[in-house]
Write a protein that binds this ligand. Structure first.
Ligand code: AMP
Length: 209
């Protein structure tokens, strides 16, 4: 099964995709995670991506499309994958449709006030890349999984959050209509706890818990 998780930044795509990856045996492909790992390595792609990401802008389509096409060539995607954070523009969606078949597009929905709360409280582990919300952390500076340091992403600072949401509305929201017309879009309101949201998600995938 090949899935796309669509939705604004901060809606919980990464968290739910991580849970779905384990439960369904699919591979999660997060373009944001791949870009951040290049930034950590300090290679050419990382250097290019860093300035776009810190400004809350999209990395150019051609760069992202090549990166995803390469990832989709790897062996582990053969049994199915979840795309988290890709596609984000119509150009990316068209390129994807020429490369692979997508079974279902899950549009995760949440009001902007809650999105802003989730993003501004988000902390990321500098080592394992795990993402956590302040409200669930015993120590807001320590990763509960690998005990390394947690930090706030520069693009989760208040001024950048507002800009990212504008860019989402302008460039990514049109994909909802694009996939609705293709007939494989399902919408899931993710306003509950992580467990409740995951259970709704399994429901739309037709999976019994
Ligand atoms: P994310 O972790 O998915 O929120 O992505 C973090 C940042 O990486 C985004 O705000 C963009 O700057 C960049 N990025 C991730 N995926 C894409 C994409 N599909 N197209 C363009 N930029 C992307």
């Amino acid at each position: 099964m090949n899935l796309i998780f669509l939705g604004p930044p901060g809606v919980g795509k990464g968290t739910l995709a991580g849970m779905a990856q384990e439960r369904l045996g699919l591979v999660k492909i997060s373009t944001g995670d791949i870009l951040r790992s290049h930034i950590r390595k300090g290679d050419a792609l990382g250097k290019l991506a860093q300035r776009y990401i810190e400004d809350g802008e999209f990395v150019p389509d051609s760069v992202i499309i090549d990166m995803v096409k390469d990832r989709l060539q790897e062996d582990d995607v053969k049994n199915g994958f979840i795309l988290d954070g890709f596609p984000r523009t119509l150009v990316q969606a068209n390129a994807l449709s020429q490369a692979v078949n997508i079974d279902m597009v899950i549009d995760l929905e949440l009001e902007s006030e809650l999105i802003i709360k989730r993003l501004s409280g988000r902390r990321v582990c500098v080592s394992c890349g795990g993402t956590f919300h302040l409200s669930l952390l015993a120590d807001e500076k320590v990763c509960p999984t690998c005990w390394n340091a947690l930090e706030q992403r520069k693009d989760d600072m208040p001024e950048t959050i507002a800009h990212r949401l504008e860019v989402y509305e302008e460039q990514t929201a049109p994909l909802i209509e694009y996939y609705r017309e293709k007939g494989n879009l399902v919408e899931v309101k993710v306003d509950g706890s992580i467990e409740e949201n995951f259970s709704k998600l399994l429901g739309v995938l037709g999976i019994n818990e």
